[in-house]
Design a binder for this molecule. Structure first.
Ligand code: SF4
Length: 589
């Protein structure tokens, strides 16, 4: 689906024309911004590597349109105000290779992602970078800003056409910007208004033609700045994911490879305890494991062989080959359907991926843990955020499925850094994520740090709160969260190997209960005018979500009674399988 973001104040005929070219989202005014430009898309939306980054304070009407179309997006936060430069955070030129903006004011999520992904950062004085620039493609720009032209013209991999400033209307201002009238839909550069009246029209036309693009403009009204025409190509193959909808028929055969292959000692890790194994499983043990699992599975079950527990691609190449050739044999025979393994970001290279490809590995899970270099250093991970980006790039280039594991509450972590890590991870577009709260395991450095007071684990409530925010990031971006919290085992339990920390056997349920409580509160606030007169509230949810709606130990019911005075007899919770999982309907009557 091609989605075209246009100001709701754009020319009506123009909007109608755009509806013929794609799905139009009309951007409403944002009361935080100058009313003359408050509906400009490029003040609240930036498209980065085919991700929609949208300010979390943008109009609810904008989010309602996105949600109705089931479009994935990543929220960012920025205290936008109605004066320059507090309105320019999202007005950046972002290509596959460059970020061109007044970098002191660029939204931190955009800046961080562009830095991490190795884009060339071009610092310019112009804060309205996007408005000032017609972005034809990753290599061709037109700009009316002399500073941008000067900075970009020395870059070998980009071609820029300087044009005269002005000749563009913007109501309430002396003039607007050419970039603010433009957008590219497929191979056509579209202008909001009559480009032929611009003094550089012929130059512009030739430049566009030389870049291999067509030109579309509207002669019945003058060029008018509408805050750019932003075009987003949605991936129609991707639907809103969750464990229940996408993974319920999958079974993993776990093969623990223990600490084998890992020379690191991350402060939280005692892999030998977690896996309850000090030796890698032998080939015969692996065969035995597969046999015992397969004996209980029916033919219909999608079965994955999963090498978990250590850093698979860090073990000796010969041992990798033995494990992989065995898995490959079973996959060829149809006994298993997919092979997945987990490893570290710095144990990914072309040589390693060639090997995994040879044995038909499907999915690689990266232990990322955090996308903050300070936290990675404090955790003694031994790799940096840049390693994650390089690994993800290679994994995607080779066409493997990608999973990302994140942790909350590592040394130095805060709610902000945890959520920012989730947002950065979402921009990498993995197929799924796992979120683990940091637990203090016996005989780890974290245990020593806790004893001497240098590390305090998160309380359960805090871990749930932070994870709930991260969960929302992945729900918004339609990335499946296949696990939250460590799976309880004989050793992973309080009083066993877990010394301190937010361990709970139903951690996911706690997080999802908070999610539903927020959803109910949101629905109640939407109906607040009706509430005083209503005698009954019906909450209708999918049967799979019932216990999460009620909450652990009926926590949500108790809170609703307390905070809203909604007594049990006035509240009915009803299940209906027609309601989409993770949504609900609230009827007050
Ligand atoms: S890299 Fe993985 S296995 Fe190695 S110490 Fe760190 S968490 Fe443990």
């Amino acid at each position: 689906m091609k989605v075209i973001f246009i100001s709701e104040l754009a020319d009506k005929g123009f909007i109608e024309h755009m509806k013929g070219l794609g799905t139009v989202i009309l951007v409403p005014g944002d009361p935080r911004l100058d009313p003359r430009i408050s509906s400009h898309p490029d003040l609240v939306v930036t498209i980065v590597d085919n991700n929609l980054i949208i300010d979390e304070g943008a109009s609810p009407r904008l989010f309602a349109q996105l949600d109705a179309l089931e479009l994935p997006y990543v929220r960012s936060s920025q205290p936008l105000k109605n004066e320059y430069p507090y309105d320019i955070a999202y007005n950046a030129v972002v290509t596959k290779y460059h970020l061109i903006h007044n970098l002191a004011y660029t939204n931190p999520l955009i800046l961080q992602h562009c830095k991490n992904s190795g884009k060339t950062l071009v610092n310019v004085k112009q804060g309205y970078g996007k408005c000032s620039t017609v972005l034809l493609d990753d290599r061709h720009l037109i700009s009316s800003d002399s500073g941008i032209c000067r900075s970009v013209r020395d870059l070998a991999d980009i071609s820029i056409l300087p044009v005269q400033p002005g000749f563009v209307e913007l109501e309430g201002f002396d003039y607007g910007f050419l970039g603010g009238c433009s957008g590219v839909i497929d191979d056509t550069v579209v202008f909001h208004g009559d480009l032929s009246r611009h003094p550089d029209f012929h130059k512009i036309k030739e430049f566009i033609k030389a870049a291999g693009k067509k030109l579309l403009y509207f002669t019945d009204f003058p060029l008018r700045d509408i805050g750019s025409i932003l075009v987003y190509q949605a991936d129609d193959t991707k639907s809103k994911g969750s464990e229940t909808t996408e993974y319920k028929k999958h079974v993993n055969i776990p093969i623990f490879i223990s600490h084998e292959g890992c020379p690191n000692d991350c402060v939280f890790c005692n892999q030998r305890k977690i896996t309850a194994k000090t030796q890698a499983m032998s080939i015969d043990e692996v065969k035995e494991q597969i046999k015992s699992y397969c004996s209980t599975l029916d033919q219909e079950t999608f079965t994955e062989l999963a090498y978990f527990g250590g850093s698979f691609t860090g073990i000796a190449a010969s041992l990798q080959e033995s494990y992989l050739s065995l898995a490959y044999e079973y996959k060829q025979a149809g006994t298993i359907h997919a092979i997945r393994l987990s490893t570290r970001p710095d144990y990914i290279s072309t040589e390693i991926l060639e090997r995994l490809k040879k044995y038909s590995v499907d999915i690689i899970e990266l232990g990322v843990q955090s996308l903050d270099d300070n936290i990675l250093a404090a955790t003694k991970r031994g790799h940096q955020v840049s390693d994650v980006y390089k690994a993800v790039n290679l994994i995607k280039t080779y066409g493997f499925g990608l999973g990302i594991q994140l942790m909350v509450g590592l040394p130095g972590d805060t709610k902000e850094t945890a959520v920012q890590s989730a947002r950065l991870a979402a921009l990498l577009q993995p197929d799924f994520v796992r979120i683990y709260p940091t637990l203090v395991i016996r005989e780890t450095e974290l245990a020593s740090l806790s004893l001497c007071g240098e590390y305090s684990p998160l309380s359960l409530d805090t871990a749930v709160d932070w994870t709930r925010e991260m969960y929302q990031v992945f729900l918004d971006s339609h990335i499946a969260v296949i696990r939250m919290g460590l799976q309880p085992t004989e050793l992973i339990a309080e009083g066993k190997e877990v010394l301190y920390g937010p361990f709970h056997p139903a951690f996911r349920q706690l997080v999802e209960s908070e999610y539903f409580y927020d959803l109910i509160k949101k629905e109640l606030s939407l109906q607040k005018d009706k509430l005083p007169a209503c005698s009954r509230i019906k909450i209708i949810c999918n049967p799979a979500d019932l216990s999460q709606v009620i909450g652990h130990k009926r926590k949500n019911i108790i809170r609703l009674e307390k905070e809203y005075g909604i007594m049990k007899m006035q509240m009915q919770i009803i299940t209906d399988s027609r309601i989409k999982p993770l949504t609900l309907e609230l009827i007050s009557e």
